[in-house]
Design a protein around this ligand. Structure first.
Ligand code: CU
Length: 174
């Protein structure tokens, strides 16, 4: 009698566990997964750019050594207009300064962080603060949605060498 009771309790517990398990397993995989896939696989429509459009960094020069950690950077375009983010005018876009980072995916909005700076008001110059050392800078244009054009408009990737301010400048400050 006791053995039968134990058997019933065990089978009952197994039954509960068996019916609960599929419910737990199905819940997360039912809807969130397809949504996630759609988000990562969605390719944004890219805005065409003319073949002769050109983007460049005017300063610093490639391989320049700068004696300050507060560095002015200016950039520009040829055969292509600069417009604030949100503007859907043909053959325009806004600059993005990529600092110490490779190019991002070309069919997605350019990330917005300290390595990917947006100039969504149409600015063509800025100051960046970089620690002493070697750094890379590159400009990548983005369209109304911050997505690179097709073909993408990017400057040459330049390398700069940042040195701390000269000792004389520090001495003068004391
Ligand atoms: Cu942008």
């Amino acid at each position: 009698m006791r053995a039968l009771q134990r058997l019933m309790i065990v089978s009952c517990a197994v039954g509960v566990a068996a019916s609960a398990a599929p419910a737990r397993a199905q819940a997360p995989s039912d809807k969130p997964v397809p949504t996630q896939q759609a988000a990562t696989q969605q390719a944004f429509k890219r805005t065409p750019a003319p073949a002769d459009a050109y983007v460049y960094i005017g300063w610093p020069n490639d391989n320049e050594t700068v004696h300050t950690t507060h560095i002015k950077v200016w950039f520009g375009t040829r055969n292509f207009g600069v417009a604030p983010a949100g503007t859907t005018k043909p053959n325009t876009g806004h600059h993005h300064l990529l600092i110490d980072t490779p190019l991002p995916p070309m069919d997605q909005p350019i990330p917005n962080d300290k390595n990917h700076q947006h100039f969504g008001l149409g600015q063509t110059e800025t100051f960046v603060d970089l620690p002493p050392g070697t750094h890379t800078l590159q400009i990548l244009m983005g369209d109304v949605d911050h997505v690179p054009h097709d073909p993408p408009l990017m400057s040459k990737k330049i390398t700069i060498h940042v040195r701390a301010a000269p000792a004389s400048a520090v001495a003068e400050a004391h």
